[in-house]
Design a protein around this ligand. Sequence first.
Ligand SMILES: [Ca+2]
Ligand SMILES: [Ca+2]
Ligand SMILES: [Ca+2]
Ligand SMILES: [Ca+2]
Length: 550
Amino acid sequence: MRIVAALWLLLTVTLAGQIRFQDVAQKAGLRLELKNGAAGEFHLIELMPGGVAALDFNNDGCMDVFFTNGASVPSLRKDGPQYSNRLFRNNCDGTFIDVTEKAGVAGEGYSMAAAAADYNNDGFVDIFVAGVNRNFLYRNRGDGTFEDVTAKAGLSGIDPKFGKMWSISAGWFDADNDGWLDLFVSTYVAWDPKTEKPCGPPENRYYCHPDDYAGRPHQLFRNNRDGTFTDVSQSSGIAGSIGRGMGVAFADFNRDGLTDVFVANDSVRNFLFQNLGNFRFKEVGLETGASLGEAGRAVASMGADFRDYDNDGLPDIVVTALINDSFLLFRNLGPPTFFEDYTIRSALKQATQQLTGWSMGMFDFDNDGFKDLFFANSHFPHLGQLLGIPSPLANSIFRNLGNGKFADVSKQAGPDFQNPGFYHGAAFADFDGDGRIDVIVTAINSPARLYKNTTPDAGHWIAFKLVGTRSNRDGLGAEIQVTLPGGRMLYNQASTSVGYASSSEPLVRFGLGAQPVITRVRIRWPSGFVQELKNVKGDRVVRIRETPGS
Ligand SMILES: [Ca+2]
Ligand SMILES: [Ca+2]
Ligand SMILES: [Ca+2]
Ligand SMILES: [Ca+2]
């Protein structure tokens, strides 16, 4: 068995090409310059925007793009088209067209994040937009237009105690596995432009440290299955842990069939909310080891993904952070203690120490059967003044070597990948349907990039489009185990909440290396139903409908 595994590894390593990206945003007509509204007053919100979503709003099989955008500061008004949120339809021919006006999703206020999923199970993906002091829910009518149902749904985000909140990320998951998606909203800090004090000497103003602002509770909204939601932040225990929330990622870390919630916190320890069932959560970050960096230090965490990088069936956590923190990798070793800090052992520490990362994702970019890491990077603006280094950075791609280590292969990823920028949001989808996962990345005050994955000699692949019947329609929370000829197993799960403030394709994707056919697929649906398929041909998207009793 060990020899077979070693040979398999050798084969995939030999076959896999260098991961490469080409920026095709301009050519594809995907034009969005993220505007943060900064006008020299150094309001904290200006540092944080840029969420983007990959979603198929018209069900033609081609992934579309929704960009969030900022507003004037301090008015928080989108007082010009430069601040409009934007929806681009994928024409399925390598180009996109701006359909914002027709779709009715230009938005209002200062937007931060997008979370896409089908909350009402009608087969059309809906969009939740999180922002400063106000959130929006757009219901997809199915005819290319969206209805603002925020008030009706009860999702404007006003907290009974704290009032208006600065929501910074959000994600859909089925907390109680009743077949209807619930909503988690990550809250940053108390912020009011009228009372925000200036920081730094008068002749050299700068942004204040997050420690200068009070934290606020995260929010959980239960889907009432009738288009309305109930705020269960208090009763669920979620509001009891106050951090400075940033990215949100979901997985079932302890394999009990209930989806758990990881929240990256800025300069406060990270939270892992264990789902106890019946809308009760317990924050177990410290006791499970998923909270702190080296030497028990809280890091300035921003984005996170919660997937199985070492194919042992247990979802792991990778977190982006600030310069000098290094990013974090928590490997899930199972019970009783679960997570252990593998940042050094995975070779991520040295390689990320001088980076500041925002959105990220754990996907198999060369389809060799091992999930790699993409990081959207940039230091805070004006950091140069303080540290004597430039703030714009190039993005990073780290290849999973299959032996527990990652290698920084960014420099070999092509000339388009070397351009520095103020990169923030990133969403992942196969926009051109060639089986190689692509990336859309936003950059503050400069054009978004669409990195087409042009990796030569990428391996075989398969992607599953889930259609839940008892489970939520998107199948979010479903876990898929793929068995390759020879017995090797790969794991992934359905989640659109990936990285920072962003939302990725709902498909569950696998790189298969040299194997064009898989021996077995086992799907554990959120309903608890387990479905199996045998001898499935790869290199295509396979639609799987949940069929209990079949
Ligand atoms: Ca589409
Ligand atoms: Ca819908
Ligand atoms: Ca890989
Ligand atoms: Ca592609």
